[in-house]
Ligand binder design. Structure first.
Ligand SMILES: Nc1ncnc2c1ncn2[C@@H]1O[C@H](COP(=O)(O)OP(=O)(O)OP(=O)(O)O)[C@@H](O)[C@H]1O
Ligand SMILES: Nc1ncnc2c1ncn2[C@@H]1O[C@H](COP(=O)(O)OP(=O)(O)OP(=O)(O)O)[C@@H](O)[C@H]1O
Length: 574
């Protein structure tokens, strides 16, 4: 159904091709998963199928890509619309209408489908993706995960024969991700739809794949095969595969269920052991330049963007008195929605708290309240002794830094180097501090690249580095692992642990249960705007089918959370 014949893609201004001599066949009616490290060219490969590469991205494509027999170089994306449905990494940039219902109908309207067919499919899709309650909502007021569901729904309604999905579950809560994957699997099994999907969170998807395509490194030939075979050699793999490799299980397990069946011996060997602390397994990994920098910090450009004001005017340093973040009986309204209700929470210096909960539960709203971007309807918020929404941004930035869900919101310069130079200057940090952080988080990001041309993971690494350069006492991260591969995630964990050890308080809103297990001292679960659980990570997540990491599910009722803990307890080597 999809064929690549000797395909290479090279972007302008880059020294070497991103894809080189790719030969690949995706058969009709299969779900094929595309995996590989951040920035390796997954989005580029998907773009060549939907025709976005090179028509919209620029660069030079040689060789031939055909979908259902149509050459994507001679057919514009518009001329493939009846055949291929595409969801990109940034749903916001794809929306063409204003409301949920209109967006679901748009693709069918452009294909000229009959009114009654359109009506029926919109209703079906609203139900299928849990969007019925949001049908009249302006898309701009939806949470990140709600938007991602609309983006997926809008490509399903025209019933294309081929679906091309770039990280379709990156903003979804664990249950929503399972629902979406079940829908995709049904399309593949019942309608013979062909699905080509890139995803970093392999723990969510690998068990659904018929075949896996691995791009091992930029420009290298892809490796394609049955999931277990590719996982045996892949540098990116989910925790159950890491556990299987550690134990030498053959065939490798791909799902929690497979691993549980194999794990009785391992459970017995671990019975007398107690899980070590998850944090602290790796030493601190802050680059020297950053550790050496004095702690100050105004991130001017970024703040002007976030707050609509430039906080440069007279940044007079003053001591931060109360370092504990205190939220009491906080209520926040957004439009007609009561986004937070009676939320009480404290975060002490040195503590890392993971905020979890379904899409739309209020996580981003809580982070927005901590930086003063939304105003409480009731209750109080204190950060560094100040009430955020009443405090000038130039004073708040010395107390709190936010990496938003969409990293693009922080980027405004023309090159990576210029962004970093500005961040160093704003933070009063040693020149090179920000750059060292980018390289630490994701090596291989070129200095002169325009931030617009970075891959999703590279862009996130840059945004993280910009905020981390200022080393704010309270660091807020909204879904910080979107687009990051496992290695980049491990490096992020190292940097954040080092910051926590230095006394920074960290709050991360995340759907990434593996990240929470690795990093968080405490997990707070929000449901419909209220706190429904708040406690030590192991206690909160181990008993939760939605929020438990894979290792906890495999080894329950024992309280193991990560492969590193198991490896250390068994005293073995991976
Ligand atoms: N329009 C462009 N112009 C120049 N370089 C680009 C462009 N688009 C992507 N690149 C570069 O090509 C490489 C591959 O990017 P791509 O987005 O395909 O990677 P990816 O595997 O999807 O990454 P991620 O997992 O982080 O999403 C990156 O180094 C990126 O900086
Ligand atoms: N401007 C707005 N007008 C109306 N409702 C809004 C607005 N902004 C957010 N909401 C609603 O407030 C609720 C909380 O949104 P929030 O973005 O805090 O959720 P979240 O937990 O971060 O979700 P996700 O996991 O999807 O990112 C959602 O139901 C959302 O639709």
């Amino acid at each position: 159904m999809i064929r690549f014949d000797d395909v290479s893609v090279q972007y302008e201004g880059t020294g070497r091709p991103t894809l080189s001599g790719v030969d690949l066949t995706v058969p009709e009616g299969e779900l094929v998963l595309l995996v590989g490290p951040s920035g390796v060219g997954k989005s580029t490969l998907l773009g060549a199928v939907s025709g976005l590469v090179p028509h919209f991205t620029g660069g030079r494509l040689t060789g031939r890509v055909t979908v259902g027999g149509r050459d994507t170089r001679t057919h514009k994306p518009r001329e493939l619309a009846d055949l291929v449905g595409t969801v990109g990494q940034d749903p916001l940039s794809h929306f063409v209408t204003d409301t949920v219902e209109d967006e679901l109908a748009y693709g069918m309207e452009s294909l000229g489908l009959a009114q009654d067919v359109m009506r029926r499919r919109v209703e079906e899709t609203l139900d299928l993706l849990g969007l019925a309650g949001l049908r009249d909502r302006p898309i701009a007021t939806l949470s990140g995960g709600q938007q991602q569901r609309v983006a997926i729904g809008s490509v399903l309604t025209p019933h294309p024969r081929v679906l091309v999905l770039d990280e379709p579950t990156s903003a979804l809560d664990p249950a929503a991700a399972e629902e979406v994957l079940a829908v995709l699997q049904r399309l593949v099994h019942d309608l013979g739809t062909t699905v080509l999907m890139a995803e970093h969170r392999l723990e969510r998807v690998v068990q659904y794949a018929d075949q896996v395509v691995l791009l091992p490194s930029p420009g290298a030939a892809p490796v394609m095969g049955p999931p277990a075979d590719v996982m045996a050699v892949s540098p990116v793999h989910p925790p159950v595969v890491a556990l299987g490799r550690l134990a030498g299980w053959d065939p490798l397990p791909l799902s929690v269920r497979d691993a549980r069946r194999r794990a009785s011996g391992m459970r017995a060997s671990l019975a007398g052991e107690r899980p070590g602390p998850v944090s602290g397994a790796d030493g601190p990994r802050l680059p020297a330049e950053v550790v050496a920098a004095p702690r100050p910090a105004v991130r001017r450009g970024a703040l002007a963007r976030l707050f609509g004001r430039d906080p440069r005017e007279s940044a007079v340093p003053e001591p931060v008195t109360d370092a504990t973040t205190r939220i009491e009986r906080l209520g926040v309204r957004r439009g007609r929605v009561e986004a937070l209700r009676r939320v009480t929470l404290t975060v002490a210096p040195g503590e890392t708290v993971a905020l979890m909960g379904r899409n739309g539960a209020g996580k981003s709203t809580l982070l927005a309240a901590l930086v003063g971007m939304v105003e409480p309807a009731s209750g109080s918020v204190l950060v560094g002794g100040r009430t955020p929404h009443r405090t000038p941004p130039r004073e708040m930035v010395r107390r709190v830094g936010l990496v938003p869900q969409e990293p693009r919101d922080l980027l405004y310069a023309d090159t990576v180097a210029a962004e970093c130079a500005a961040a160093d200057a704003d933070a009063g940090a040693a020149p090179g501090s920000c750059r060292a952080l980018v390289s630490e988080l994701l090596p291989g990001v070129p200095d002169d690249t325009h931030p617009r041309d970075l891959s999703e993971g590279q862009r996130l690494a840059l945004a993280l580095a910009l905020v981390l350069t200022a080393r704010p006492p309270l660091l807020l991260l909204d879904e910080p692992t979107r687009g990051l591969d496992y290695a980049a995630k491990a490096r992020l964990v190292g940097v954040l642990r080092a910051l926590a050890a230095e006394g920074h308080a960290i709050v991360l809103a995340t759907h990434d249960v593996e990240l929470a297990a690795e990093l968080a001292h405490r997990v707070v679960i929000l449901a419909d705007g209220e706190v429904v659980a708040d406690g030590p990570t192991a206690q909160v997540v181990v008993s939760s089918p939605a929020f438990a990491p894979q290792i906890a599910k495999v080894l329950a009722p024992q309280e193991w959370l990560t492969v590193t803990q198991v490896r250390e307890a068994l005293g073995g080597v991976a």
